[in-house]
Write a protein that binds this ligand. Structure first.
Ligand SMILES: C[S@@+](CC[C@H](N)C(=O)[O-])C[C@H]1O[C@@H](n2cnc3c(N)ncnc32)[C@H](O)[C@@H]1O
Length: 186
């Protein structure tokens, strides 16, 4: 008797837990314009190759997820990488991955909203967001990035007078830009 009455309760708990996990997966990103979909390893390498990283360059990954782009940039390209991520659980995950990869000196994972984060120190910005998120970011990048900074976006594009396409005919999901001209005023 007890077992049968406990069974529906257990089902409710399982369903509620699954719904909670699903909501968490979508929450932080969706509110701000990008859910969490990790960039595939091959594409991470292609993005970093496109960025023309010199050792010591400062790379900011906007919406770092599990930290894979920042970690790879520090590990294989010698970049000083900053991953900015809103979701606290993904931040903790990214920090733990950086520790395990033994690159926590070269990688800083910051829990913050990238729309409010000062990007002026970036030599390279990487992102995999959504078209509305890129559209919203465009003015901030044009105001804050120095001439010569590279912007590498998975799938979604940027446009505007300061964004010079680096390899416009390249096939695949990567869009790479070099910032030209002076920082735009507000
Ligand atoms: C599509 S995932 C990309 C993750 C990682 N960059 C990659 O390529 O594997 C987008 C990430 O951006 C984060 N995100 C969305 N809006 C954000 C914001 N305004 N500030 C910080 N992180 C944000 C989401 O939480 C999610 O982890």
């Amino acid at each position: 008797m007890r077992a049968t009455s406990a069974y529906p309760k257990a089902r409710i708990v399982i369903v509620a837990t699954l719904l909670g996990i699903l909501a968490w997966r979508r929450w932080a990103g969706k509110l701000h314009g990008a859910v969490w979909y990790p960039t595939r390893t091959r594409v991470v390498r292609e993005m970093l190759d496109a960025a023309q990283i010199r050792p010591g360059d400062h790379l900011y990954d906007l919406g770092a997820g599990d930290g894979r782009i920042a970690i790879e940039a520090a590990l294989r390209y010698g970049a000083c990488a900053v991953g900015i991520e809103l979701d606290p659980i993904r931040c903790a995950w990214a920090r733990s991955r950086a520790r395990r990869a033994d690159v926590d000196q070269g990688v800083r994972i910051v829990r913050d909203d990238f729309y409010g984060y000062d990007l002026a120190g970036a030599d390279i910005v990487t992102c995999y967001l959504s078209q509305p998120a890129n559209d919203r970011l465009q003015g901030k990048l044009a105001r804050e990035l120095a001439s010569g900074a590279r912007v590498i976006s998975n799938t979604y594009t940027f446009s505007g007078p300061r964004f010079e396409a680096m390899n416009p005919s390249a096939p695949g999901p990567i869009h790479s830009y070099k910032m030209v001209g002076a920082r735009q005023a507000e």
